[in-house]
Design a protein around this ligand. Structure first.
Ligand SMILES: *[C@@H]1O[C@H](CO)[C@@H](O)[C@H](O)[C@H]1NC(C)=O
Ligand SMILES: *[C@@H]1O[C@H](CO)[C@@H](O)[C@H](O)[C@H]1NC(C)=O
Ligand SMILES: *[C@@H]1O[C@H](CO)[C@@H](O)[C@H](O)[C@H]1NC(C)=O
Length: 356
């Protein structure tokens, strides 16, 4: 009786082995199987993270580091890779890529992250995903090394996070460049007495030179040029203004951290006249006759400054038209300013207003 049961067990075990071999053979010999499927096949069999796509050997994860055999319930709850390794939560972008936003509050072990990342890359690769972005909050900066070892590179940084990117396909990457320009404004604020609002700065190249210049500053993220000009004038001199026109702009290269620089000379109309500056970067500010401003030797000696002063003067004399702003919307419905030559386009604007 005992013997009989034993041999039945042996038969069952043999059957099971045969069944496993057949399935595996099937998977291996199937002509449609690709390299990634094989990877996952082996992963499933051995519970190792998928092979690193950069070609390094798979690293067995340390005991208890993000690898576990999920119960059916857990499998439903979390996204699992074939190896029972948790996959990173990712959102698809519009360009065939994915974005991982590491939002976990608690610290993450690099080893856990490594196995999740590799399993996820394998999964995305199978799905034909291209660019993978990881937005890594500064509190998880300990994971940078892990991501870099998995093939990621820096794309850009913000005070509270680092953006890492990895291009999966073998084709040349089409990942957009990081920001290439800084945008600045210079404010030409002129009152009815042909007096221009000028400042002297605490620091920078004009420090201690006695040169009077127009208020300048940089445009904030999400800020319109016309709004930035108004804000900077207010901060530096306390003067309220309204935007009139962009008179000219210049582009220069290898400026701040090797980035290019766009600088928009904006004309503003003052709405108040009492100067009171609290800005720490400003030593002094005053109203100065525009002729006196233009006559400063620094302005005369430097082509760019002289030419800008001449543009401002011809604007005052009614011989020059700059770029007015028109609030409109992009194709995706966002507000946007269009800047255009208001003189030549006045008929267009009139017809637009009539339609409205
Ligand atoms: C790492 O993985 C192990 C095993 O799943 C788990 O017990 C541990 O909590 C994980 N650590 C972190 C920080 O997620
Ligand atoms: C990859 O993820 C998708 C979506 O979660 C899933 O349908 C697919 O089975 C996963 N593949 C692997 C190999 O885990
Ligand atoms: C950012 O873009 C510049 C080109 O504008 C490039 O030279 C630089 O390598 C890029 N930086 C990163 C971190 O990719």
């Amino acid at each position: 009786m005992k013997r009989k049961r034993h041999s039945l067990m042996m038969k069952l075990v043999a059957l099971l082995i045969l069944w496993l071999v057949v399935i595996h053979f099937d998977a291996l010999s199937s002509s449609s199987v690709n390299k990634n499927q094989l990877q996952c096949f082996f992963t499933a069999a051995s519970f190792l993270p998928p092979r690193n796509l950069l070609g390094s050997e798979p690293q067995p994860p340390a005991a208890g580091a993000g690898v576990f055999i999920p119960t059916a319930k857990e499998k439903k709850k979390k996204k699992m890779g074939e190896g029972g390794i948790e996959l990173l939560k990712a959102e698809e972008d519009k360009h065939g890529g994915v974005v991982v936003n590491v939002e976990v509050e608690d610290p993450i072990e690099p080893l856990n992250f490594s196995s999740w990342l590799q399993a996820s890359i394998s999964n995305w690769s199978q799905q034909g995903k291209k660019g993978v972005w990881i937005k890594l909050p500064i509190k998880h900066s300990n994971l940078v090394d892990t991501a870099v070892k998995a093939g990621f590179r820096y794309h850009h940084a913000e005070p509270d996070h680092l953006m890492l990117v990895y291009w999966i396909p073998h084709s040349p990457d089409t990942i957009p460049q990081n920001a290439s320009h800084r945008v600045g404004i210079g404010a030409f604020v002129i009152n009815n007495n042909r007096e221009m609002l000028v400042v002297q700065e605490t620091d920078g190249r004009f420090k201690g030179t006695g040169i009077w210049k127009m208020p300048t500053g940089t445009v904030n993220e999400g800020e319109d040029i016309c709004a930035a000009a108004i804000r900077e004038v207010k901060e530096e001199t306390g003067i309220e203004t309204e935007f009139v026109e962009i008179l000219a702009f210049r582009q220069s290269h290898k400026s701040f951290f090797q980035k290019s620089d766009m600088f928009f000379v904006s004309m503003l109309r003052p709405l108040s006249f009492d100067i009171h500056s609290q800005a720490s970067e400003i030593v002094a500010s005053k109203w100065m006759s525009i002729e006196e401003y233009a006559a400063q030797s620094f302005v005369q000696e430097h082509d760019l400054f002289r030419f800008i002063a001449e543009i401002c003067l011809s604007k005052l004399d009614g011989k020059y038209t700059g770029f007015s702003n028109l609030l409109t919307t992009t194709s995706s419905g966002k507000n946007t300013y269009l800047y255009f030559n208001g003189h030549d386009a006045s008929n267009l604007v009139d017809s637009k207003n009539q339609q409205a």
